[in-house]
Structure formats: C-alpha cells, structure tokens
Design a protein around this ligand. Structure first.
Ligand code: ARG
Length: 473
C-alpha cells in the first residue's frame, strides 16, 4: 500500500478517503522536531552515518521553512504529514536520506506528535483558565459586599453577595486546572521508539529521544505506547467538564441580563442586535458557548466510540483521534478567552430584592429566641403569606416570645448576609478571605505552568543546538 502511494498508483477516491492532511497540518512542526530528535539519536547510537544525518537535518529544516512560509505543498496521495515530510526529504536529499525512518514506524510517530501537540494545548487551556479565574477573583473582591438574590430552583431564596457567586465559579475553574495538570503528567510521556508495536532490534536510546522532545519519560511498554489513546479520552473528558462549567455560568449570565432579572449588563462588545427588533441586545457570545458545549460532549462520545472495539495495536481507526481533540481544544480555548472578556466588562447593577427573601433569617431569629426551627419555619411561612404582624405574635405567644417591627426591619438583606459567618459563607469578610487564599493557589499554578513550558522550550533549544552543530562541519 505504502509503495503504491509513493508511486501514486492508488484510486483518487480511496486516496482522498484515507488521507488525513487537513488534521495533520497541525502536527507538521511537531513531526519535524520528532524526526530531528529521532535521527540525532540514530546517529548517536551509530545506526546512521553522519553524512546522512546532515542531509536529513538540512532538508527537514528546509521543509520547516517552506511550511512556515506557507509554501510546503502537501500531496493528498501521500496520506499524511509523515509520508509527506519523508518524501520531501528523500526527493531533495536523495537515496541516502532513506535511512530517516529506521527504527521508527508511523504508529509510534503519530502518537508522539499528538502527545506533543496535546501538552502545548493543555498548557494553553490552563493559561486561559488561570486568566478566567483571575477575572472572577477580581469580581469577587469588587463585589464582596454587593447584595444580590441567591437562588434555589431559580426562585429567590436568600440574599447573598455577587462576590460569593463569582468565587463559586472561580472554585470550579481552579479544579479544572488541577484536573488538567494531573492529566498532563500522563500525556507528557514519549511513545517514540516503540516502532510498529513490538520495539526494535536496533540499539536505539528511547530515553534520549524522550529528553530531546521535552517529555518527562517514555511510555515504556511499546504495545501500550502505540495502541492506547486513553490520554485523549482523559483530555476530552476534562475539556467537557470545563464546557459544562462554562455553560452553566453562561446560562446564569443570560438569565441575569434579561429585563426580568436585570442585575447584569453585558457590554455591547459581547452582544449583538436583532435585525428586526431595535431594542434587543442579545447575549450571543454566552449562547454560543452554551451551544458549543454540545460539540465537546459529542467529541467525547466520538473518541470513546472510536476506541470501543479496536484491537491492540494500531488500526486505522486511530487516525480519527485528531478531529475530536483539535476541535475540543479550539472550542474550549476560544470560549475561555471570550468569557473572560465578557465577565471583565460586564456591569453589575443594584437590584430591588423581593423582601420575602429574608424569610429564613426571620425564622433563624425566632430560633435564637427559643422557638424550635420547624415551628419557626411554619410561623414565618404563615407570616410571609398573610403579612399579618398581629397574627405572627399570636402564634409566638405559645413560646412566650414577641417580635417587634423594629427587629424585622433590622433584618435587611445586607444585615442577613453579614450575619452569615460560617466557613465559606456569603459574608463579605469570608469572601475576601477566600479571594486571598485562591489568589495564592492560582499563583502556584502559574509557576507550574511556567515550569512545564520552560521544560518544553529548553528541549526545543537543545534539539535546535544539536541540529545546528551538524551544519558547521
Ligand atoms: N495518519 C496515520 C494516523 O493518523 C498515521 C499512522 C499510520 N499508520 C499505519 N499503520 N497506517 O493514525
């Protein structure tokens, strides 16, 4: 089949059906780096000659430059990025460069490229999550004392602060960062050198290529390395959870911005007008994030289903891992960027709160005066329905207590919030304490991100230096 491909002897529709050029474009630079590292290792292990290595490195560099200048021509009949690059080098460098694919297979090659791309994208997602958490913590601080209604069943339930609300979502996105950082450890392991699946009789050094490519180590079992894609499932699961959190947040923004709720105003930059109703300001950005959540959930089912029935080691089905991965990264990253902007620019308005919202707090006051909670609950329920203050005190007489109008008046929504001082409550002091704590946690996640990226950059530099050293002599 492969020989046929090189001879371009294959039916057009089959070639078109089996190729993966569109998805593979994204792997191009990773594939170059992969091939540089592999060949540097082959020479270091005395498997290929220096003169051949030099030719290979020279034309890999040329291919890279052409790609960066948008001049690299992909041939669909050459199936994928791997054969396109190999063919390019052989076409320019001649027969001697045919050693380039020694002790490697596309099976270990493609999954190595994919893991390299995934680790960069995970870092991008984490960076965007850090920014979003930062925006939410800013809002939490700014609105630590801004009283808004809190909801259960989307019915006004108890007064709370907008800061407490924002802090809740900051917590969710912080966990998203933690999940992805855990996943990263399993992603950043190198399959290269596993060859088709069984390893090789050449004296290769897998640890050296893993190091040149910035991996933390190798996926050791060569069959596991080429066959497994649970890392992809794990990544998309995490991305689906992020979308679930984003979608809920967007739904809240959409509802709070309606004229019925009206305590948030979304900036014009994140809304669109109606083509027919001049007064409309539609929250399209938030709606699209909610809508695209479906795409990422779909991608998760997609990858799970691709994997469900395929035997170890490689089957061509595995080529289908890329679309759901790339698409999920793109949806999540773009959503995170716009949602951060939308939140940073939105206005929170002072709101008239339904006075009934303090009902729990009246009941709590009665409990403090000695009424068992269930009785207090029933008496207050009756009072909320009837607004009959006289009847309220009649009901209280059996407990030998009285409530004055003054006492109830003191129970403003703000006072109610202030009284809630339990750990993690909506109280302003508690919100501000958690903002500080969360900022420190986020700072340490920023350091982790920098370290992960530095390790990749250092490895790229080291490979680059080695490549250069074969240019001079
Ligand atoms: N384009 C293929 C993929 O994405 C590369 C691996 C091909 N391997 C093979 N044995 N046909 O999975």
């Amino acid at each position: 089949m492969l020989r046929k491909r090189f001879n371009k002897n294959i039916k057009k529709e089959v070639a078109n059906f089996t190729q993966s050029i569109a998805e593979d474009r994204r792997l191009f630079l990773y594939d170059i780096w992969n091939t540089q590292a592999h060949n540097l290792m082959l020479h270091r292990q005395e498997i290929i000659k220096e003169e051949n290595l030099k030719l290979i490195l020279k034309y890999l560099e040329k291919a890279k430059q052409e790609f960066l200048n948008n001049e690299f021509i992909f041939d669909e009949e050459l199936e994928d990025v791997h054969i396109n690059i190999e063919n390019y080098v052989r076409g320019k460098g001649g027969k001697k460069t045919g050693v380039l694919h020694t002790a490697r297979s596309r099976n270990d090659q493609v999954v190595t490229d994919t893991r390299m791309l995934c680790r960069d994208e995970i870092n991008n997602v984490i960076e965007n999550l850090i920014n979003l958490a930062g925006v939410l913590l800013e809002l939490s601080e700014k609105h630590a004392g801004t009283i808004v209604p809190g909801y259960t069943h989307l019915q006004q339930a108890q007064p709370t602060t907008f800061g407490h609300f924002c802090l809740a979502y900051a917590g969710a996105f912080k966990r998203d960062i933690e999940r992805l950082s855990e996943t990263y450890k399993r992603v950043n392991l190198c399959p290269l050198g596993s060859c088709a699946f069984a390893g090789t009789s050449f004296q290769i050094d897998r640890k050296f290529t893993a190091e040149l490519l910035g991996f933390d180590g190798a996926v050791e079992n060569s069959l596991d390395a080429v066959s497994s894609r649970d890392f992809a499932v794990e990544i998309i699961s995490n991305l689906a959870i992020i979308m679930s959190n984003l979608s809920r947040l967007c739904e809240e923004i959409i509802i709070f911005a309606t004229s019925e709720f009206n305590f948030i105003e979304i900036s014009d930059d994140y809304t669109t007008g109606s083509s027919i109703m001049p007064q409309k300001k539609n929250p399209d950005v938030a709606e699209l994030i909610r809508g695209r959540t479906g795409r990422v959930y779909g991608n998760l089912i997609n990858i799970l289903t691709v994997l469900k029935g395929i035997t170890y080691s490689y089957n061509r089905d595995l080529q289908e891992d890329k679309k759901p991965l790339w698409d999920s990264f793109d949806v999540v990253n773009s959503s995170l960027v716009v949602v951060s902007g939308m939140l940073a620019e939105m206005k929170v308005k002072e709101l008239e709160i339904n006075p009934d919202i303090i009902a729990t707090d009246i009941a709590n006051l009665l409990v403090q005066k000695g009424v068992p909670f269930r009785d207090a609950y029933n008496i207050v329920a009756d009072f909320i329905k009837s607004s009959d203050f006289k009847k309220l005190n009649e009901n209280l007489s059996e407990f030998n207590i009285k409530l004055t109008g003054e006492e109830i008046k003191l129970l403003t929504p703000a006072a109610c919030v202030e009284m809630r001082n339990s750990l993690g409550s909506s109280n302003q002091v508690e919100v501000l304490r958690l903002v500080e704590k969360s900022r420190k946690e986020i700072d340490s996640k920023i350091r982790d991100l920098e370290n992960r990226r530095k390790k990749i950059d250092d490895a790229r530099l080291k490979t680059g230096k080695l490549v250069k050293s074969y240019k001079k002599h």
